[in-house]
Ligand binder design. Structure first.
Ligand code: AP5
Length: 219
């Protein structure tokens, strides 16, 4: 049976970093809604143009656009055994749509690790984040620096700082998370699928806690 993992947590908690590691360890596909929007932005698609107007302000892209994009991604062959969802769902409507989509594939959300960290930690992480232009590999100038400044260790592409990582946009993203996404914590807790993970620990310890949560969920 396919395995679907939803990584929940505020901006900067480490969802993307850990999703990459878990995807490598489990062989599951990593689906990041933020990365999918950024790819569309880079290719200047209509979807990318719509998404940009929201992302630049730190607002959520409308549900219908986001749900359609994830439905299409989940239908691809590499998701046959399941996926690690990073950044989706982010609203109650998205969570409901995901349940319907997965039921269509004979699956369900198996486990929801909720990665948390205090706000000052989140802000410090986002301020020092550098992302690879080609594949979105994530670095931090202090906590996870690349071997050569400004260059991705994995594919040699240029590292850049995200437009929406400017201080004022980050403040809005954290607010939007509290208003629209935090209610999903209780939604998944009520379903018995939520596992709290302390994201302020070193990366390896967060990974160990996440792997443990998958094992306990029988995955
Ligand atoms: P998205 O790209 O999803 O951003 P986010 O959720 O705000 O999360 P981040 O990518 O900022 O943080 P993260 O938790 O992945 O942390 P990371 O691993 O990078 O979304 C961007 C925008 O797209 C949204 O604002 C919205 O407009 C739109 N969007 C996306 N999904 C949407 C949806 N479903 N609906 C509507 N709109 C949507 O780590 C951060 C930094 O910390 C890195 O530098 C990393 O190296 C470092 N780090 C990580 N873990 C540790 C650790 N344990 N110790 C020290 N440093 C660490």
């Amino acid at each position: 049976m396919a395995t679907f993992i939803v990584l929940l947590g505020p901006p900067g908690a480490g969802k993307g970093t850990q999703a990459d590691i878990l995807a490598e360890k489990t062989g599951l596909a990593h689906i990041s809604s933020g990365d999918l929007f950024r790819e569309n932005l880079k290719r200047e698609t209509d979807l990318g143009k719509v998404a940009k107007t929201y992302m630049d302000r730190g607002e959520l892209v409308p549900d219908d656009v986001t749900i359609g994009m994830i439905r299409e991604r989940l239908s691809q062959p590499d998701c046959q055994d399941g996926a690690i969802l990073d950044g989706f769902p982010r609203t109650t409507a998205q969570a409901q749509a995901l349940e319907t989509m997965l039921a269509g594939f004979g699956g369900r959300v198996d486990v929801v690790p909720y990665i948390t960290a205090p706000q000052d930690v989140l802000v410090g992480r986002i301020a020092g984040r550098w992302t690879c232009r080609a594949e979105g590999h994530i670095y931090h100038e202090k906590f996870n620096p690349p071997k050569k400044t400004g260059v991705c260790d994995i594919d040699g592409s240029v590292l850049f700082q995200r437009e929406d990582d400017r201080a004022e946009t980050v403040t809005r993203r954290i607010q939007v998370y509290a208003e629209q996404t935090a209610p999903l914590v209780e939604h998944y807790r009520g379903q018995g699928r939520l596992v709290e993970v302390d994201g302020s620990q070193p990366m390896e310890d967060v990974t160990a806690a996440l792997l443990n949560s998958l094992k306990n969920a029988g995955r």
